[in-house]
Ligand binder design. Structure first.
Ligand code: UDX
Length: 472
């Protein structure tokens, strides 16, 4: 199958490389010159495990090539399927649909009869609802509109290629597909995955994508609240979650407490859905709570350090891990950055380390007062406390006994419950995890700022709905 993929960010590049690996003839189209030049010269503009090998081998096999806007017309005209994976975040917690609208305006007239348009970008449902009329307006009267489908992605950074090739399901959202050309093309395309294919109306598919992320965010916030409850009883959240996970209605995934969820999807999509609910006066207190809990988690690190240290102001704190999760170079909404911000505001001297050079550069650019090192042991040397903010394997496997010798005070706050408390204690550390039996006042707070944080979250929920909820 001949495929064009427009937009080569995390989603588009993984899609293009994986489809090429399945034997398709793929052209990736990218407007950003620096990104395109990097790809043409065999350099990856993003870090994703295995992606460089896939791009290189499929380039050599002539199944994958990259073009700029000047190559778009030829690539699209020669394609059976045209996929769009351009960005839809405004970078400020909201949606932006200008890029996809402009992309569609440029693309649609180039698509040849019989080919299908597939939108892989995550879109707001109200924009999806306009797509049918838009596609009809792009065809001549009496002509059938181009088959147009949504195909939301469920890939996680760090495991994106495996998630693409072995998905739990493939969702197809039908915008317009009178002769089933689009769904047949996608069914053929995804045959190698062996995954069930779920065909839905487009708006349902877009909400199916959003709801999956909202539910994952809810699970994590639930685990974080549960960890606080476990702490008050001196119980171990790992054991509590293990006992829950045997129940097939619950499962054990995404119930790991810690400093909260970050990244480009979960935090933004919770906020954007809340804002949309507010605009429509829909009662959504659960999502408001999910957001509130998540925003509080990085502060729990400060709460712990204030308990464990005689004085936080002036203390040297090592923050290990700066990306929003391991195996990525992505620092968007990284809880580690929030921790650095809180610690700096509290007067601590912060020294940070991440295995990813790009993540270290981003932290240096974002925090002028932050010291960043290229070695975890240098960060730990002389530290009054260590915070594990991202559970990179390198950090989990650190020689913690040697690190304890280097620290001024061997105190660690494990922000990801990634280390074994008993081994850490044996290695000389005073260990503090989340919900791992460490007694910590669950409600400690800086009253003014917590009240402000709560007010900010509650302001997202329509007052009328709040009134109703209190009355009920
Ligand atoms: C997410 C969705 O998982 C994916 O299906 C969708 O396509 C894109 O958004 P991603 O943002 O790459 O993927 O990261 P994910 O693995 O979901 O983790 C998000 C955040 O939650 C990370 O900061 C992670 O550390 C945190 N997390 C995850 C927890 O705090 N606890 C958990 O149990 C799981």
């Amino acid at each position: 199958m001949r495929v064009s993929v427009v937009g080569l960010g995390y989603v588009g590049l993984v899609t293009a490389a994986s489809l090429a690996e399945w034997g398709n003839d793929v052209v990736g189209i990218e407007a950003d010159e620096a990104r395109l030049t990097a790809l043409k010269n065999g350099r990856m503009p993003i870090f994703e495990p295995g992606l460089d090998d896939l791009v290189r081998s499929n380039g050599i096999a002539s199944r994958l090539r990259f073009v700029g806007p000047d190559g778009m017309a030829d690539a699209v005209a020669g394609s059976d399927v045209v996929m769009v994976a351009v960005g839809t975040h405004d970078g400020n917690g909201g949606w932006q649909t200008d890029t996809i609208s402009q992309t569609l305006d440029a693309l649609v007239p180039l698509i040849r009869p019989g080919a299908a348009l597939v939108i892989r970008s995550t879109l707001p449902p109200d924009y999806v609802a306009t797509l049918g009329a838009y596609m009809a307006s792009q065809s001549d009267p009496g002509e059938r509109p181009i088959p147009t489908m949504l195909n939301p992605e469920f890939t996680r950074e760090g495991t994106a290629i495996r998630d693409f090739m072995q998905p739990d399901r493939v969702v197809i959202g039908v915008v317009t597909d009178d002769d089933e050309v689009g769904r047949n093309a996608l069914a053929t395309m995804y045959e190698p995955s062996g995954a069930p294919i779920v065909v839905l109306p487009a708006v349902d598919a877009s909400l199916g994508k959003l709801a999956a992320n909202l539910f994952l965010a809810t699970k994590i916030s639930f685990a974080n609240e549960l960890a606080g409850i476990c702490d008050t009883y001196g119980a171990n959240v790992d054991n509590v979650v293990t006992s829950m996970s045997y129940d097939h209605r619950i499962g054990g995934a995404f119930l790991r407490p810690g400093v909260g969820f970050g990244g480009s999807c979960l935090p933004n999509q919770v906020t954007m859905t809340l804002l949309a609910a507010q605009a429509r006066e829909v009662h959504a207190p659960l999502l408001a709570a999910v957001k509130q809990i998540n925003e509080f988690q990085p502060r729990r690190v400060l709460i712990a350090l204030r308990e464990l240290l005689p004085e936080l102001a002036g203390a040297r704190i090592a923050v290990l891990g700066l990306t929003f999760k391991p195996d990525t170079d992505d620092v968007r909404e990284a809880p580690a950055h929030k921790i650095v911000r809180h610690l700096t505001a509290a007067g601590a001297r912060v020294v940070a380390y991440d295995p990813m050079p790009r993540a270290r550069d981003a932290a240096m650019a974002g925090f002028p007062d932050l010291a960043v090192t290229a070695s975890p042991m240098v960060a730990v040397s002389g530290a009054d406390a260590v915070v594990l903010a991202t559970e990179w394997r390198e950090l989990r496997d650190l020689d913690w006994a040697a690190a304890a010798e280097l620290a001024r005070r061997p105190i660690i706050v494990d922000g990801r419950n990634a280390l074994d408390p008993a081994s850490m204690t044996a290695a000389g550390w005073t260990y503090h995890g989340f919900g791992r039996g460490t007694q910590q006042p669950a409600t400690w707070a800086e009253p003014a700022s917590i009240a402000a944080a709560e007010a900010a979250v509650l302001s997202l929920v329509p007052t009328a709905s709040l009134g109703r909820s209190l009355a009920e």
